[in-house]
Design a protein around this ligand. Structure first.
Ligand code: IMP
Length: 420
């Protein structure tokens, strides 16, 4: 399951729904920069790191090797879930996942501040610096916690570099490697120990015995480090291919790729956004859709549905079907718009431009449809949708070229319908 826009499409709800048919839900990239909100029996759960399937007793939630893990955040989240009566004993964390250290978060914030007006608008969770250390072979992995000597050596090696950056570039105090090692080993090792596992083996064993496994993407297609609007992206691969690298499963094991798209678009942080709205319609989307980050509280930038982006997302992810979320947010609009192409320097194109400067200059070409002006919050079957809502969904489906299988009409667990 992958996000097809710039994140915050409402993926958590569908993971939770699909979890019923699964025995394992696996996160494959990102970290606690994600924020998945689930509403169960009027109770709201905001998850950052633990896979959404954790709310089901029959699910084995797995944090794959491609995820970056802040051990303190993970333990705090498990504690929160336990206090609310959720059993988390069967959560498994890959020994190969990389650890987000406090200095990664400090560097993330300092780098953003250093960039000034050109800042990326990261979540300051240390995601970029942790993946950078992974790539430069300076990272510390979850399995290193199990070997104190190795853990201390790796931390000291990483800090011999990062302390130079902290003190000489950013004029900050150095971090004491031994003090940090003592704190992490003292506070995190024992509570994490029972969760650390060879998750690649666990997933393959589940698949070999015919079980269903759901790979839960965080962030989204256009925040992908390779395929997104670089540099305004996250530092991992949320696209479907990332599920293979981030878990150790080959592509032939994946037989369905569900794309999650919001009925309009939002983006947090900087970067190009052709259908962005700066008018009352945009404010209305933000107000009705509560478009403020689960994680950072930032106001999300709103815009109309962009079918050009979605067509590209279909290709990048081999999407088999789509789930449209938050259709109810558009209930009160007089008209609704779908961007079906762009005009760039007066020339019409139906494809996402290859050069990013062109994306900055792209003027959306819209198809405008009458709104349905009906409260959809209790629609649970296709026949409950007014004709105008069907027309809107059909336009999206025709433009994008894959069937819409699910539509969500509110935050609650039961507020959705199967379309095909
Ligand atoms: P980072 O992932 O914290 O490095 O942030 C990089 C970019 O990705 C920023 O524009 C963030 O706002 C965006 N981003 C990261 N995680 C999410 C998410 O879960 N939803 C939406 N945007 C996100």
């Amino acid at each position: 399951m992958v996000g097809t826009q710039w994140g915050d499409e409402g993926k958590g709800k569908f993971t939770d729904l699909l979890a019923k048919e699964m025995s394992m839900v696996v996160r494959y990239q990102g970290g606690h920069n994600a924020g998945h909100t689930l509403v169960v029996d009027d109770e709201t759960f905001a998850l950052q790191l633990v896979p959404s399937g954790v709310l089901y007793d029959h699910i084995e939630p797995v944090i794959g090797n491609g995820v970056v893990v802040d051990p303190f955040v993970l333990l705090a989240e498990l504690d929160m879930l336990n206090r609310r009566g959720i059993d988390t004993r069967n959560l498994r964390v890959s020994g190969n996942a990389h650890l987000i250290m406090p200095y990664h978060q400090q560097l993330d914030a300092l780098q953003e501040r250093h960039l000034g007006k050109s800042k990326l608008g990261t979540t300051k969770r240390g995601i970029g610096p942790t993946y950078a250390d992974k790539a430069t072979r300076m990272g510390v992995r979850v399995q290193d916690l199990l070997d104190e000597q190795i853990f201390r050596e790796k931390l000291a090696a990483a800090l011999s570099h990062h302390n130079k950056v902290l003190t000489k570039v950013f004029n900050r105090l150095p971090v004491d490697p031994d003090g940090l090692a003592d704190k992490i080993l003292g506070e995190c090792l024992e509570p994490l120990r029972p969760h650390i596992a060879d998750t690649t083996d666990l997933i393959h064993t589940a698949l070999e015995s015919g079980q269903h496994v759901l790979f839960e993407g965080a962030q989204a297609t256009f925040l992908d480090l390779d395929h997104g609007t670089y540099p305004f992206v996250t530092s991992s691969n949320p696209t479907a291919g990332g599920a293979c690298a981030g878990t150790g499963v080959g592509p032939r094991h994946i037989d369905r790729v569900l794309g999650i798209a919001k009925a309009y678009v939002t983006r947090v942080g900087a970067g190009p956004f052709p259908t962005e709205l700066f008018d009352d319609d945009g404010d209305k989307m933000v107000d009705i859709g509560h478009e403020y980050g689960t994680n950072t509280g930032r106001r999300r930038r709103p815009g109309w549905f962009d079918a050009v982006m979605l067509r590209h997302a279909v290709r990048l992810n081999s999407l088999t079907d789509l789930a449209i979320t938050k259709l109810d947010v558009l209930d009160t609009f007089e008209t609704v718009k779908v961007c079906v192409g762009y005009e760039i320097d007066g020339v019409r194109t139906d494809k996402l431009p290859y050069h990013q400067s062109d994306l900055h200059d792209a003027v959306p070409v819209y198809e405008e449809l009458p709104g349905w002006r009906t409260d959809l919050s209790s629609a649970t079957e296709p026949r409950h949708l007014p004709a105008a809502a069907h027309t809107y969904l059909e336009l999206i489906q025709d433009q994008v070229g894959v069937p819409i299988s699910l539509v969500s009409t509110g935050p609650g667990r039961t507020q959705f319908l199967h379309l095909s």
